[in-house]
Design a binder for this molecule. Structure first.
Ligand SMILES: [Zn+2]
Length: 80
């Protein structure tokens, strides 16, 4: 119907806690913070969702508390 893909309304929540503990740890520590301009500061309060066919994990930087977004390529979550 509409081709407007600029809204956030198409977010499809995913269950981050359904991932293995190992994976969760990896995603929680393997981060890039735009605000701190540093790798690997870690994130808290992770939320996983799918948008435009891509999977994102969004949380807050452990250091500055600013939003941190990790974009997963298909290889990252469909490697079976
Ligand atoms: Zn930060």
């Amino acid at each position: 119907m509409t081709t407007d893909q600029k809204t956030d309304n198409q977010r499809v929540p995913r269950d981050f806690s359904a991932r293995s503990e190992e994976e969760q740890q990896l995603f929680l520590t393997d981060t890039w913070c735009d605000h701190c301009q540093q790798l690997g500061l870690g994130m808290r309060e992770p939320e996983e969702y799918e948008l435009f066919g891509m999977v994102f994990i969004e949380g807050r930087c452990c250091q500055c508390g600013e939003p941190v977004l990790t974009e997963l390529t298909e290889d990252d979550f469909d490697d079976e």
